[in-house]
Design a protein around this ligand. Structure first.
Ligand code: FAD
Length: 412
């Protein structure tokens, strides 16, 4: 995962900039991803049929591979290579039209955020499954950004292969040196070379999820424009200092290494890397700038909306899976002469988990509905919509605590 793409609104003061200030949208055209995208919003019946098909696919194709995936990820010789059956799963999912489900109608996709919510939760019930449907972070957020901001040439070079699932990407924003939840702090720079023909990149990013995947070919990079390059300098505000760049990988002067761990897990082969920019030279032709120079803060905010919401929904799905396993165990295991489920304290924990998960799901759906409302207006308010829901950060802990309770039911 990519941590939801990270930063909050940041800055504390100054003029808030939103993705609404960006150029008009150019939805993904059918011929860019045909036949995967309907190009119109799915009806309620179509969305229900997709959910049923997705559940079938998960039960018959994905869940049976969980053991093989665990073995692959546990073996030091294979863990940093893609899981071999993944390409077979991707082909099958694409053929079944279970592909690019995350793309909202305003960008040429089929499912509103509310319609996508149960789909994301079902995919999240197996932590590595979203990739099979081309719905995994950080590619989804990057594809949304490219669909919103990329030039025709950038779309052909980067968006098309990402939508087809033939390459992967990462998002380089967070930096070890500064508090990155306030994105106005970010300091890695892109300075125009004396020749005027390239940018010189300097700095360090970390938690660059997906950057260690051998299939990663693109980093969407958030960099600071040096003050001298802003004209006139007095027009600079905290929110127009940054620019999004498309950095091809691998690239001379750019290293991605040192997988970071979360509670001991390195999430191989995806990985969360440390990205070092050692005076890397990035040619300005073709333009690597995504959107406008100085528009990076707004672009990163727009990326947050779906990113946060999708992570929350996947966690709800993981929580549902844990609860189902705990219920099965509690109904079958006996301790002190009774099934676990007959012990009041066990029942209490299961009941609280049920309530927590329902609360988390309803809050996520509430944020999804807000996102849809803005999407229907102009399709560019995503970040604002999710940020406007205070309990956003609360859902993940809720789902985590219910998964912990469910794990206890298995003892050991
Ligand atoms: C698994 C994982 C994957 C990630 N993937 C990516 C990725 O792909 N790309 C990327 O760029 N980043 C990624 N991140 C990084 C993540 O986005 C950042 O960790 C996050 O934005 C916070 O920044 P920070 O770590 O610098 O924390 P800091 O900004 O230093 O914050 C430290 C603490 O202070 C709290 N805090 C900050 N501001 C306030 C405030 N105003 N009020 C109250 N509390 C506050 C924060 O909540 C946090 O607890 C990932 C992180 C994880 C764990």
């Amino acid at each position: 995962m990519d941590g939801g793409g990270g930063s909050g609104s940041g800055g504390g003061g100054g003029t808030a900039v939103t993705a609404r200030d960006g150029p008009p949208l150019r939805p993904v055209a059918a011929d860019e991803v045909a036949p995967d995208v309907r190009g119109r919003r799915a009806s309620a019946a179509e969305a229900a049929a997709t959910l049923a098909a997705l559940k079938r696919f998960m039960a018959t194709r994905v869940v049976p591979l969980e053991g093989a995936h665990a073995a692959h990820a546990a073996d030091a010789a294979t863990k940093w290579t893609p899981f071999p059956p993944m390409e077979v799963l991707k082909a099958a999912a694409r053929a079944a039209r279970l592909w690019n489900l995350f793309l909202p109608p305003s960008l040429g996709g089929s499912y509103s955020a509310v319609q996508y919510a149960p789909l994301a939760a079902v995919m999240g019930s197996v932590v590595w499954a979203s990739e099979a449907f081309n719905c995994s972070a950080p590619d989804t957020g990057n594809m949304e950004l490219l669909a919103r901001l990329a030039s025709p040439g950038q779309r052909a070079r980067w968006l098309a292969p990402l939508l087809a699932g033939t390459i992967r990407s990462c998002f380089g924003m967070t930096e070890p040196a500064v508090a990155s939840s306030d994105a106005t702090n970010l300091g890695a720079t892109a300075t125009t070379a004396p020749s005027g023909e390239a940018l010189i990149l300097r700095g360090q990013k970390w938690w660059t999820s997906g950057g260690l995947d051998p299939r990663c070919r693109l980093c969407v990079l958030l960099v600071r424009d040096p003050p001298g390059e802003r004209s006139p300098p007095e027009a600079a505000t905290p929110h127009n200092q940054h620019t999004l760049l498309l950095l091809p990988l691998p690239h001379p002067g750019v290293s991605l290494d040192r997988p970071l761990t979360v509670y001991g897990y390195d999430d191989a082969p995806h990985g969360h890397g440390v990205l070092t920019l050692a005076s890397a030279v990035l040619p300005l032709d073709p333009s690597p700038v995504l959107g406008a120079r100085g528009g990076g803060f707004a672009g990163a905010q727009a990326r947050l909306g779906g990113g946060r919401l999708h992570h929350c929904l996947r966690l709800v799905g993981a929580g549902e899976r844990a609860l189902a396993l705990a219920l099965a165990r509690a109904g079958q295991r006996e301790a002190f002469g009774r099934r676990l489920a007959a012990h009041g304290v066990v029942l209490d924990g299961l009941g609280r988990s049920r309530a927590d998960l329902d609360a988390a799901r309803l809050l996520a759906l509430d944020a999804a509905a807000a996102l849809d409302a803005l999407d229907a207006m102009d399709g560019r308010g995503g970040g604002a919509a999710a940020s406007a829901r205070p309990p956003c950060g609360w859902r993940a802990p809720k789902s985590r605590s219910s998964r912990r309770l469910c794990r206890h039911r298995w003892g050991g």
